[in-house]
Design a protein. Sequence first.
Length: 224
Amino acid sequence: MEKIRPFLPWILVLGVLILIAIPAFLAFQFFGAMRDFTTGGIDRVGEMADAVGTQVANVLHPTPTIIPDPITIVHQVRSLARLETIQYSVEKIITAESGQGPFGFLFGDRLLFVAHGTVIAGIDLDKLSPDDLRVENGVLYVTLPAAEILTYSLDNEKSYNYDRETGAFTRGNPDLETEARKAAEQEILNAALEDGILEQAQVNAEAYMLRLLLNLGFPEVIFE
C-alpha cells in the first residue's frame, strides 16, 4: 500500500483525462456525422430541385415528337425527262394581317414572315419530237421546247416568323401563317420570273444541248 500511494495523484489525473476524452470523442463523432448528413441532405435537395426544374421545363417547353404513319400511299408514278438548267434562291419578306382597322389593337393579327425559297427552270425533253430535229446539208436544225418552271418551293429550314403582333382580345388567326406561306411561294416565283429566269434557262439549255450534239458528231448545230 505504501508503494501505491505515490502513484494515486497520477492515477486520478489519468482517470479525469479519460473521462474528459471519451465525451469529447463522442461529441466529435456526432458532429461529424451530423455535418455529413447535412451536406448529403443539401446535395439531395439540390438534386431534387434540379429534377423538378427539368420536369417543369419539359411541361412548359415540350420537345415535339414526330410519329409518321406507317402506311404510305403512292398515288402516281411517271417518268420524267427534265433538263434543269438554272436555279434561283430567293428571299422575300411577307406581311400577312387580318382584323386590321380602327380596332386592330384589340382584334387584329399581323405576321412578319421571312421566306427563303428556290425556283428551278429548264426544258422538258419529253416534249422534244422527231419533227423538232432535221438535218440539211450537214447542219442539224433543232427546235427545243420552251423553257418552263419545273419546281418552286419554300425552304422550311431557312424560312421563319420574324415577328407577330396580336390584339388584346384575340389569340390570332390560326390560318394566318399558312396564308403567308402560300403568298410567299407565289412571290418567290414572281420574283424569279421578273428577273428573267425563263430566258436564262432557255439560253443555258441551248448551250448544254449544243455541247452534247457537237460531241455526238454533228459538225454544226442551229437552234430555231
